[in-house]
Design a protein around this ligand. Structure first.
Ligand SMILES: C[S@@+](CC[C@H](N)C(=O)[O-])C[C@H]1O[C@@H](n2cnc3c(N)ncnc32)[C@H](O)[C@@H]1O
Length: 563
């Protein structure tokens, strides 16, 4: 369950962004904002012409076949949204006619658009009002039913991305700008939903889960249960325990200059400042951020002094830097005193430092640069939900054997293994990062788990099944929590071979989750049909969890049972 960084630019780049002008737009062409303020018609025309030339050059270079789109990638998710809005027939006709890369408007053209619905990434989707051909435009910060003004900044196959300019006719039910708390909203790429009620945000995230399973699982609808309402985060602001603001190189030095001259790099003039913060929406340009209201208070308290100290020694930086601010409990000098640590929080800014967090009655220590979930407030409800899925409350007296063993695949610093340790006789966790495995092993000791109950090993998740020959599959539950790209075929094959009674799949990318669940269900059905195996997997439930309020991001938990 990773999750987006605040202000992180979503991956819109290759292989699908055939006319990817983003970088160029930033480096050479006049920025749209600059153009809108006082730009003459001639300037706008010149920019558009320049960009059109560049557009066709890049299009030629990068023209990709549809088959090059990586399944379940951001590009694929956008492409499926385009198909669902335009209809497969319209898309097929455009491809046949060869017009699918010919946007019906100019680069940087201002459009007035009627928003139909929201995309899975939180942008409004509109069909461009063009008599030439049907074309979809994605506009951030716009809502269904609204009429908005937007300016196109990138064209791709049958769709474009546009900067949001203004709402001409708001959706009075959904939009309430008095809800917006952050002064950077609509500029920063971090949050998409601050103008919405929290209930609406949760409903929208449920829709994303529904659409992901419809689109990416390949399962007939009767095999997908009704998606449950999204579980809320106890905190809707001040929840984020990690942020990574960044800044670009204060002085640009070309590689050739560095190699050739080997002379001291010109210092950045003292007293000057540069933006330190998150990416401006839809760009890789840094927006100066002095506070981030979704981050915890201790992070915001530390951000000001950290920014100040950087600006004071700005001339010493020769490269851009990604800062790290992590909310932590203070770590006592003596490791044995760690459980007694005070509950006032501190902010860790050293990438090589340690972070200490309490989740329920357990403590977790890990390296500041390693993975840990970024919303501490929701972790107890999330783990509880996973526990209830493994031990359903009403199974007493049923033939169902309750698991005594747990496999925790992609275990990180041991969150699920350690939190669920009281409920199992034996637990095995596996994780690629040896740093995280070291932390997980230490965390088992820190929480005084009975020796031998939990073992962690570093390696590819698929290796776990060979490593636990003594785990009886019918009495073993498996938790999977892979990175955004989901599980690979090797892992899924071995999971199917192992055949544990319960699989709980936690994911920060519901699209790859839906794909993987679809593969598991279909393959296990095939095995039954061929008479190779007796039982098959069914998808018992799917539910979104809101780990990132105010953003469009959703975590998803799917429960699979062997029947
Ligand atoms: C989303 S995190 C989940 C971590 C943990 N379950 C938690 O909640 O804290 C995914 C983890 O998978 C690990 N990982 C990535 N690829 C892996 C692989 N092929 N095998 C095992 N672990 C992997 C990453 O290092 C990362 O720690």
């Amino acid at each position: 369950m990773a999750g987006p960084k605040v202000g992180e630019k979503r991956e819109l780049s290759p292989p699908f962004s055939t006319l990817n002008l983003d970088k160029k737009r930033r480096s050479h062409s006049p920025r749209p904002e600059n153009l809108s303020v006082g730009a003459t018609k001639a300037q706008k025309k010149e920019a558009a012409q320049l960009s059109q030339k560049r557009q066709s050059k890049i299009a030629k270079k990068h023209k990709k076949k549809l088959t090059d789109i990586e399944p379940c990638s951001h590009d694929d998710v956008y492409w499926r949204e385009v198909i669902s809005l335009l209809g497969q027939d319209v898309v097929d006709t455009a491809i046949e006619e060869g017009t699918e890369l010919k946007a019906p408007f100019d680069f940087l053209e201002e459009l007035e658009l009627e928003i139909s619905r929201l995309s899975s990434n939180g942008e409004g989707l509109a069909i461009a009002p063009s008599p030439k051909r049907s074309w979809v435009v994605f506009v951030p910060f716009s809502l269904p039913g609204e009429k908005v003004k937007a300016r196109v900044y990138r064209n791709a196959r049958l769709h474009s991305f546009a900067d949001f300019l203004s709402v001409e006719r708001p959706n009075p039910v959904m939009r309430d700008m008095s809800r917006v708390r952050c002064k950077y909203f609509e500029k920063c790429g971090g949050c998409q939903y601050q103008m919405l009620s929290y209930e609406t945000q949760l409903d929208l995230k449920r829709d994303v889960v529904v659409r992901a399973y419809e689109t990416f699982s390949g399962l007939p609808s009767p095999l997908v249960p009704a998606v449950l309402p999204t579980a809320p985060s106890p905190l809707q602001y001040g929840y984020r325990t990690k942020i990574t603001p960044h800044f670009d190189a204060p002085v640009k030095v070309s590689r050739r200059d560095k190699q050739k001259a080997k002379q001291p790099i010109e210092p950045f003039p003292e007293g000057k400042t540069i933006p330190i913060g998150f990416n401006k929406v839809g760009t890789r340009e840094v927006l100066d951020i002095e506070e981030c209201l979704i981050a915890t208070p201790v992070i915001n308290e530390a951000l000001g002094p950290l920014r100040k100290s950087i600006l004071e020694k700005l001339h010493t930086y020769k490269r851009g830097v990604s800062l790290l601010l992590r909310d932590s409990l203070p770590i006592p000098a003596e490791a044995s005193d760690i459980a007694l640590t005070a509950e006032e929080h501190v902010c860790v800014t050293d990438h090589r430092g340690k972070v200490l967090e309490r989740v329920g009655d357990k403590l977790f220590q890990y390296n500041a640069s390693s993975f840990f979930q970024n919303n501490n407030a929701v972790l107890v409800p999330l783990v509880e939900y996973v526990r209830n899925a493994i031990f359903p409350p009403n199974t007493e007296g049923s033939a169902h054997t309750l698991p005594t063993h747990l496999v925790d695949a992609y275990c990180g610093a041991g969150l699920f293994s350690i939190m669920l340790s009281p409920y199992f006789k034996k637990i095995a966790g596996i994780e690629l990062s040896s740093e995280s495995i070291a932390a997980a092993t230490d965390n088992a000791e820190l929480n005084k788990l009975p020796p031998g109950r939990v073992t962690f090993r570093s390696g590819d998740a698929a290796h776990i099944f060979a490593a636990v020959p003594e785990f009886p599959p019918t009495e073993t539950a498996v938790i999977i929590d892979p990175p955004r790209k989901g599980c690979d075929e090797n892992f899924l094959g071995q999971l199917l071979e192992f055949r544990s009674t319960t699989v709980v799949y936690v994911s920060c990318n519901v699209h790859t989750q839906a794909r993987d669940v679809g593969i598991l269900l279909k393959k296990s059905m095939e095995e039954v049909e061929k008479g190779v195996k007796a039982g098959k997997y069914v998808l018992e439930s799917v539910r979104g969890f809101d780990l990132f309020p105010q953003t469009a991001h959703v975590e998803s938990v799917a429960v699979l049972r062997l029947v």
